[in-house]
Design a protein around this ligand. Structure first.
Ligand code: TXA
Ligand code: MG
Length: 320
């Protein structure tokens, strides 16, 4: 099992020796390695069982380090960086040669982010290399939002988990880039589209499909629990599955169902708070995935605030 602790210097020593450390961020836990060490980068792909065509993002402690790794950043993206860094925003920008093709899967852009979790910021500021870090889950499964989630799934394979508590945002970063003067959202995430648009005007949300070569991680069947997830109107679904005699669990936005067992239902936010719902989404999916139910019934949220990004994850979880 991995050691779990809050020792930043220990984490730094392990990373500098080429090993991997799970790190807390405000979005989800990352599986981090020295981005300038090809062996460490290969180890990330291997540990996650992630295909090498799916690029990694790099994490920096401070904007002053950007120049070393990326070429010029378009003005619109600079404005987003000003407004949202440190925070749950990843920018796709053209890379300098020091960032290997292994990280970007041969693309000439690299995803960059400055996370705001205090432990990881301190760690990054103490290093003289960026950290490559995908979410610290096996490829295709739900992202981890607590140290114990990482321990459960990757604990046998890594020496250390830096424990930063429960992730404050709970959804992966919003990934943004530019093509032909247009700001494009490649992945919905912890910063809402309306917040982005307040800074740069109308953005284009890339249709989320498995045929999108720009962001292989947008494969439809990402973020999926092991149990089937069915999305729809909860009353109708509950009625239908009850008649079939299937054991089901229910994931709602705000509601509880008095005639259902308490252990087989979760509300993401009883008070209807979108940030709270985002924070609870992945841990709720994990809990229901571990329950005795054979299927998880869930409902979409209104498409405002983080509702859009939450629905994106729910739809992917429900995709076959
Ligand atoms: O919040 C986050 O972004 C977390 C924390 C740990 O920082 N990281 C994360 O990484 O979610 P990952 O690897 O699980 O998701 C990154 C996504 C992948 O879907 C990948 O395909 C896409 O970003 N990506 C990375 N570099 C890219 C690039 N140059 N062009 C297009 N897509 C890219
Ligand atoms: Mg991921």
């Amino acid at each position: 099992m991995a050691e779990i602790g809050k020792d930043i210097e220990k984490a730094a020593r392990i990373l500098s020796s080429g090993q991997l450390v799970a790190i807390p961020t405000e979005t989800v836990y990352g599986l981090a390695g020295n981005a300038l060490d090809e062996q460490a980068v290969l180890r990330i792909f291997k540990t996650k069982k992630r295909p090498e065509f799916d690029p990694l993002i790099i994490h920096l402690g401070d904007k002053s380090q950007l120049n070393e790794y990326v070429r010029e950043i378009p003005e619109e993206l600079q404005r987003l960086a000003e407004r949202f860094w440190p925070g749950p925003l990843t920018l796709l920008v053209s890379k300098k040669p020091v960032i290997s093709d292994l990280i970007t899967s041969g693309l000439d852009t690299v995803g960059v982010r400055i996370p705001r979790h205090p432990l990881t910021r301190k760690l990054l500021q103490s290093l003289d290399y960026p950290l490559a870090a995908p979410s610290a889950n096996p490829f295709g499964y739900i992202s981890p939002t607590r140290a114990s989630h990482v321990q459960d799934q990757l604990g046998e394979q890594i020496p250390y988990i830096l424990d930063g508590g429960v992730c404050e945002v709970g959804l992966e970063s919003t990934i943004v880039g530019m093509e032909e003067g247009q700001v494009i959202v490649y992945r919905l995430g912890g910063i809402s589209v309306s917040d982005l648009e307040q800074t740069v005007g109308k953005v284009l949300i890339l249709p989320q499909s498995s045929s999108n070569p720009k962001s292989p991680g947008m494969l439809k069947s990402h973020y999926a629990p092991k149990k089937p997830v069915v999305l729809g109107d909860l009353e109708a679904l509950i009625e239908g599955y009850r008649q079939k005699g299937t054991v089901f669990a229910v994931l709602s936005f705000t509601r509880t169902f008095p005639d259902l067992s308490e252990s087989l239902q979760l509300a993401l936010s009883p008070g209807g708070d979108y940030d709270e719902a985002a924070r609870n989404l992945f841990s709720s999916m994990r809990l229901l995935d571990a329950s005795e139910a054979d299927v998880i019934l869930a409902e979409e949220l209104p498409e405002i605030h983080l509702g859009k990004a939450i629905n994106d994850r729910l739809r992917r979880a429900a995709a076959k």
